[in-house]
Design a protein around this ligand. Structure first.
Ligand code: AMP
Length: 219
């Protein structure tokens, strides 16, 4: 079983790259942000609990994230492994994942490095699809038709937490709570740093140099 963790600040390109990596390695793409947004959309009890944290750019408490994530990765499509996008974001989350996986799992943390000034520019133009969560960018990867997802034809929207003031808070939270997770994996010898200030294709080429390609198994 292989578990790949895509790390990096908000807007570093985790979502875009995780989707491509998922196809390349035939591993499920698990984004905790997408799972929370789905709960918000469906107005579930969990969605109501996490709304305030998300809209203010703060982290959802660890226990809520862990329950949701561990429930999701226990499904059949994660049996061979999975790609984590947006998790772990705190050292206790990383520790809880390590305890759950034990020693038999091959763990790889790929860290997309992008400076803060570029993060703000990337987040402010980001457009997300309501249908399939595909990510476009108004300037860097505009859709063929305005407001329409190239991937599935769904409606594109701007995330509330991509507004400039909220991005500032998310970056502060990232440096304070998530950057220590890099050290955690660095100390375990499983962290690879990737220069994220390049085109998505160039970043992807470097990412896959660390991840073997695999055909999707039937069924
Ligand atoms: P993302 O789409 O990964 O940027 O996540 C959007 C928001 O969901 C974050 O700003 C947090 O409020 C929440 N969130 C997602 N993943 C986590 C996590 N692993 N720990 C805590 N909060 C999270």
């Amino acid at each position: 079983m292989q578990v790949i963790i895509l790390m990096g600040a908000p807007g570093a390109g985790k979502g875009t790259q995780a989707a491509r990596l998922s196809a390349h390695a035939s591993l499920a793409h698990i984004s905790t942000g997408d799972l929370f947004r789905e709960n918000l959309k469906q107005e579930t009890a969990l969605g109501k609990k996490v709304k305030g944290y998300m809209e203010s750019g703060n982290l959802v408490p660890d226990e809520l994230v862990l329950d949701m994530l561990f429930d999701r990765v226990s499904r059949k499509d994660c049996a061979a492994g999975y790609i984590l996008d947006g998790f772990p974001r705190t050292v206790p989350q990383a520790e809880a994942l390590g305890e759950r996986l034990g020693d038999s799992v091959e763990l790889l943390a790929l860290n997309l490095e992008v400076p803060d000034d570029l993060i703000v520019e990337r987040a402010s133009g980001r457009l997300l699809c309501r249908g399939c969560s595909h990510i476009h960018h108004a300037k860097f990867s505009p859709p063929k038709a305005e407001g329409v997802c190239d991937n599935c034809g769904g409606e594109l929207y701007q995330r509330k937490d991509d507004a400039a003031d909220v991005v500032g808070q998310r970056l502060a939270v990232y440096h304070e709570q998530t950057a220590p997770v890099e050290k955690f994996y660095g100390a375990q010898g499983v962290l690879k740093s990737i220069n994220g200030v390049r085109s998505p294709d160039e970043v992807f080429t470097e990412l896959i140099s660390h991840v073997p390609a695999k055909e999707k198994a039937d069924g």
